[in-house]
Design a protein around this ligand. Structure first.
Ligand SMILES: [Zn+2]
Length: 409
């Protein structure tokens, strides 16, 4: 059963594993090296005790990450060597599209359950220890059940469509399937904040007052269209803070975490929102959508080539070729072949962050608030202030706080 493709996968997997582990260890060493002294710029802005807490939080999170990676190795190779991808076919034991859907659903459910211990430890031990977790066991269970129900309600029908197209649409089925999935994702991005996000959180209109006036004036100044400014009860789950824009066109909303309002001044919130509006005005979001379009199209094309390709099934011990197995194999293991592409997307994303910071400084006209908001967010979220350059180069979608503050000044 061991084909050359199996060995190719094993090689890619090993390179990926060694690379990620080495980066984590390198980064941890870098954090420890700087643990004794707060980096110059932050010295009068972050209390020593807070800094020490951030150091131990980041080290502990990284160590837990290593444990999780070890767990992933065991799960991956258990799936691969046990032949469960083939046995599952017999367990499901149906035929046609219904069989394919149940097969994919069983895999998704099994993965959710396998991730459960990781998620539990992360929320209720690690985040809890540093005062971030605000979630009760009840909220956790309810979130999990809602997530599964939503996944089945949205993912089920779209999968039915994909498998149906595979059967009926001939050689170019993948093009149709891509169009269906991409159109669906587009629709979701538009309606999610208004119709689905409220399943998990309560959205409240920002009350009248100086903050609302300032945000409205800013939006008007740069002709930013939106349907409203909302606050969200993020504090029900976590003390981490955030702000974002979601939705498209008339459904677009500004969403502020209630935690953000507690941690930042009004000037700082305005600077942060100026940054977020920048992503929109500078068409970053549209450009990312186009990139998503290309990757998604490529993925469907590759999937269409792989479905009938026997070495794939031999390598993953999956039995006879079938579209649902190909889909599962590509989703589970594909990233080990493509992980290095992250370098390109992250570099691009960091360029957008700089551009949006600049946009905010230009339209809001408040350099100090833009810089101090970033420092405040780092302090409150216990961010790593001293990542190893190679680590941030590979992993970070945002430049480090220090890099951004320097650029702003
Ligand atoms: Zn940004």
């Amino acid at each position: 059963m061991t084909t050359w493709f199996f060995w190719l996968f094993a090689a890619c997997y090993t390179v990926h594993l060694v690379w990620e582990t080495a980066l984590t260890l390198l980064n941890n060493a870098h954090i420890r090296k700087h643990a004794g002294e707060i980096p110059g710029y932050f010295r009068d802005k972050i209390e020593p005790e807070r800094y020490r807490k951030a150091v131990s939080y980041n080290l502990e999170k990284a160590r837990f990450g290593l444990v999780v990676r070890g767990y992933d190795v065991i799960v991956t190779w258990a799936i691969l060597l046990s032949g469960v991808l083939e046995t599952l076919d017999a367990w499901v034991g149906l035929s046609g599209i219904l069989h394919s859907i149940l097969y994919c659903g069983a895999v998704a459910l099994a993965l959710t359950l396998l991730r459960l211990p990781v998620s539990l430890y992360s929320h209720f031990v690690l985040e809890e220890k540093y005062g971030f977790n605000k979630m009760t066991a009840g909220t956790f269970v309810l979130d999990l059940l809602k997530g599964i129900a939503l996944g089945a309600a949205l993912g089920g029908p779209i999968l039915v469509l994909v498998f149906w197209l595979y059967q009926k649409a001939g050689g170019l089925w993948w093009l149709w399937a891509f169009a269906a999935v991409y159109g669906f994702e587009f629709l979701m991005a538009a309606v999610y904040p208004t119709f689905l996000a409220p399943i998990f959180n309560t959205f409240t209109l920002l009350p009248d007052g100086s903050l609302k006036d300032a945000i409205t004036a800013l939006a008007k100044k740069i002709q930013f269209k939106m349907s409203g400014i909302f606050t969200i009860d993020g504090s029900r789950r976590s003390a981490h803070s955030n702000a974002y824009f979601a939705g498209m066109g008339r459904l677009r909303r500004i969403v502020l975490f209630d935690t953000l309002q507690k941690q930042l001044t009004e000037r700082e919130i305005l600077a942060v929102l100026g940054h977020e509006m920048g992503h929109n005005k500078l068409r970053h979001i549209q450009k990312m959508l186009v990139m998503g379009f290309v990757t998604s199209l490529a993925s469907f094309w590759i999937l269409s080539l792989l479905i009938g390709w026997e070495p794939l099934y031999a390598a993953f011990n999956a039995g006879a070729p079938a579209p649902h197995k190909a889909l599962v194999i590509v989703s589970l293991f594909g990233s080990h072949f493509t992980f290095f592409l992250k370098i390109v997307t992250n570099a691009l994303s960091r360029r957008y962050e700089y551009a949006s910071d600049r946009f905010s400084v230009e339209v809001v006209g408040d350099k100090e608030a833009m810089a101090s908001s970033l420092v405040a967010l780092s302090r409150e979220n216990l961010s790593n202030l001293t990542p190893h350059p190679l680590f941030s180069f590979y992993h970070y979608t945002h430049p480090t706080t220090l890099e951004r503050v320097r650029a702003i000044q």
